[in-house]
Design a protein around this ligand. Sequence first.
Ligand code: FES
Length: 100
Amino acid sequence: MAFHRLVRLDQLYDGFRQSFRIEREDVLLLQRDGRVFLIEGRCPHQGFSLAQGSLHGERIICPRHGFAFHIEHGDCFQAPSCRLKTWLPAYDGNYLGVEI
Ligand code: FES
């Protein structure tokens, strides 16, 4: 596992959203209510991108078939076996990153 820098902390704001490709992972970084979330950027149902998914509270909705996922722990509300990967944010000085 290695640390990968994503953004400077001063670039973040509520509503921030950016996708990254790290190693073999698609990672979607979101900030909501001052908290940063790092979730799998592809829907585990059929691989559709969640980059344009709508955010409703702590749920992100896949634009393809409407599955909703909790952005903190990745659970799917419609199909418990269909779970998003999530990562904890990691920090290095003024940078936010992820360890993958
Ligand atoms: S591809 Fe996301 S719900 Fe089907």
